[in-house]
Design a protein around this ligand. Sequence first.
Ligand code: URA
Length: 441
Amino acid sequence: MRMVDLIRKKRTGEEMTAEEIRFLVNGVVSGAIPDYQTAAWAMAVCFTGMTAAETANLTLAMAQSGDVVDLSGIRGVKVDKHSTGGVGDKTTLILAPMVAACGVPVAKMSGRGLGHTGGTIDKLEAIAGFRTELSRDAFFAQVNEIGVSVIGQSGNIAPADKKLYALRDVTGTVDSIPLIASSVMSKKIAAGADAIVLDVKFGSGAFMKTAEDAIELAKAMVAIGTEVGRNTVAAITDMDQPLGRLIGNALEVREAIEILRGEGPDDLRELCLELGGHMLLLGGKAADRADARAKLERALASGEALRKLAQLIAAQGGDPAVAERPELLPQAAARVRVAADADGYVHGIDAEAIGVAAMRLGAGRATKDDAIDYAVGIELVAKRGDRVRRGDPLAVLHVRAEDEAAAAASEQVRSAYALEAEPPARQPLVYAVVSKDGVER
Ligand code: URA
């Protein structure tokens, strides 16, 4: 078999066989196929797409290219959750304890942040002493004992995807639905969960700019999950502004605690109830969506979800008092107010620009070896639909010092806000739900 023939085949829109896809994936991992040929193939896929069978075969071949985690040592139906990326998205910090409090075991492997998006592991490490590296045995034992553990992704999960994604990133071939779907699902399948809940974002801060494209991506991922026997449901959600009000590692832990206390911003709470509801249903712990929602609301109101967070923190070496007293988290030395330079209604907040501003303040990494500052970040005072007058606060920056970097970030945050004279149309946070039964809007 020759790679050049496979590139030509894809370029002319023919379907590749399972054997040809395995040849490609093996060659990518071993290095037998040079990057320029892989990149040419990825570009051909961007133009001609892939059939459902090709996408499923690519996913499986990538999932099997490295370690495949066996979670069968953990009792119960393990439900994983994945978001296609967002700014201010601290849902894992809320969902893991909340869903575990309702009886669904959560054995979660998460990543670190890079560029404008944060990572759950960095957020958890804002809690002094919190260990994100556990042995396999300790990880399993903790989930069997308290129902929840969140650790960093270790080992060699889907190395073919790692190589292919890095190459796509620098060859303009990220935004292809079959390539994104197979990339995400290969990692989820290799990570071993029985069922998967996906949060597929659309809007300024997301890969998919429109709801219809997000639905197409979700359909492709649900089809893959169904094909390999992992029940998969996707919520299509809005990312036309960051999620919640706080962006930055310790700040996001604080906001997660607020939600678990029954407080916090409505959009974040609503998204967690939606995603958590699907997790309970797939985990067999609720009869229907209304029952799932009622159980989650009870876990919040009774304090059970917050207690589960404290238990999780204690089990992994952190100070559980943080759950009751978030002021124990690292705090930035200074605050800078960002004021509106005109009157108007907030129509949107460019999530990517806010993510980049937070990263430049030190909350994220420009390269993977950068150190991060847990305390810094951005508090959004005004959100979509709010009316502001010139001089009103749009946001507050939590910074190390009121220096040039803070002034630059302040300018960037101000220009991330789109202000208009008329109020924006109301937009639902959850636009649709995609499952094996179809699309529900
Ligand atoms: N996230 C992934 O893991 N892969 C993609 O291709 C895009 C987003």
